[in-house]
Design a protein around this ligand. Structure first.
Ligand SMILES: *Cc1c(COP(=O)(O)O)cnc(C)c1O
Ligand code: SF4
Length: 343
């Protein structure tokens, strides 16, 4: 009898368990009440606005990100990125649900092709965090991933165009899918001989550093493709020891690490903050790549930083930082063959 029980336990533990990062994602804070309680803000003052914003785009904040938010500080630059405010319900002229006109550049489901040498592949619509300033707030695409047939269509489309040499996994957040699916995409893309680079645009390693699993590292380091990971950090306070350790592991696996940020009022619209961000990124092995000018996303007008202010900040940054730590201030404009530099 005792032996049988032992066997049963073994069989059960051999079933696929959710990974730690998946459990952290499943247990993310997803109500305004819980968020206010966790960060020590008074519901009498903040709940009405938070609930209004939440109805437009739900609250989603995993614990590892929450831990980096200061307690009882409504101006905390990380909290500002995730706490819905009353202002989100305001509709202003010039603020669009689809400022990038992404829906018109898709040759086959999942693929967005705007630039000659690189194609963007939407692996999933899901994210690990809901950032209040994101254009995704207007279409929470859900987690539908592509069927095997749709995936084959994507690969066939890539294979038919030798001008392409880079595939960018994007979303949503491409690392929201499991390692098995990431590996399948990697293998399928590596099978297209003219593709040399794989780029991953993801905020997940920032939000949940535990996402950098041994299986992910093995998949990235084992590929024929050169792998570039572009993370999304907006403020130096987002860089903690766990994130730094995860970046160290990726670097060891041979991954090139870059960062993109969005300039956001009340988060990083100061030269001191942007300078500290670049310095911290470099300390953990990441080079700044893009600083995105604000896109006029409906419901996010309270984050808007005027282009004139952004370019002034860049001029100041260039006096404080070596050239390789100055991100490029860009905007994506519909119909252009590349991102457009602002300065
Ligand atoms: C931003 C973007 C890229 C990548 O542009 P890079 O300048 O190479 O970083 C590719 N495709 C689309 C649709 C994009 O929006
Ligand atoms: S992680 Fe990126 S895509 Fe997802 S909500 Fe935040 S900014 Fe948008």
């Amino acid at each position: 009898m005792i032996q049988r029980t032992a066997t049963l336990v073994e069989v059960r533990s051999a079933e696929p368990q959710p990974e730690r990062w998946q459990a952290l994602l499943a247990n993310a804070i997803n109500t305004p009440e819980a968020l206010l309680q966790e960060v020590g803000l008074n519901p009498t003052e903040w709940l009405e606005g938070a609930e209004r914003g939440h109805r437009l785009f739900p609250v989603l904040v995993p614990k590892p990100y929450l831990q980096r938010i200061g307690y009882g500080d409504p101006q905390d630059p990380l909290l500002r990125q995730v706490l819905p405010l009353l202002e989100e319900g305001v509709t202003l002229p010039g603020y669009s649900p689809d400022p990038l006109e992404e829906r018109s550049a898709s040759p086959v489901r999942g693929l967005i092709r705007k630039y000659r040498s690189r194609a963007l592949l939407m692996v999933t619509g899901q994210c690990a965090i809901n950032c209040r300033y994101c254009f995704r707030r207007s279409f929470p695409y859900g987690d539908h991933s592509l069927s095997p047939q749709a995936r084959q269509q994507v690969i066939d489309t890539l294979a038919a165009d030798p001008a392409l040499n880079e595939v960018i996994l994007s979303g949503g957040d491409p690392l929201a899918v499991n390692d098995r699916l990431i590996s399948q995409w990697l293998d399928a893309i590596a099978g297209v001989s003219h593709i040399r680079r794989l780029r991953i645009h993801s905020r997940l390693p920032v939000v949940i550093p535990q996402r950098v699993t041994p299986a992910l590292l093995a998949a990235l380091s084992g590929s024929r493709l050169k792998v570039v990971l572009v993370v999304h950090v907006n403020h130096p306070q987002e860089i903690d020891a766990d994130f730094a350790a995860a970046m160290g592991q990726l670097k060891e696996a041979g991954v090139t690490l870059l960062n993109q940020s969005v300039i956001l009022r009340g988060v990083n619209d100061h030269a001191d903050t942007l300078e500290a961000l670049s310095e911290r990124l470099f300390e953990v092995g990441i080079l700044p790549y893009y600083l995105h000018a604000f896109d006029p996303v409906q419901g996010a007008a309270h984050f808007d930083v005027a282009d004139a202010k952004a370019t002034t900040l860049m001029t100041e940054l260039r006096t404080r930082l070596p050239g390789f730590l100055v991100p490029r201030l860009v905007r994506e404009l519909p119909g252009r063959p590349s991102k457009t530099p602002l300065d």
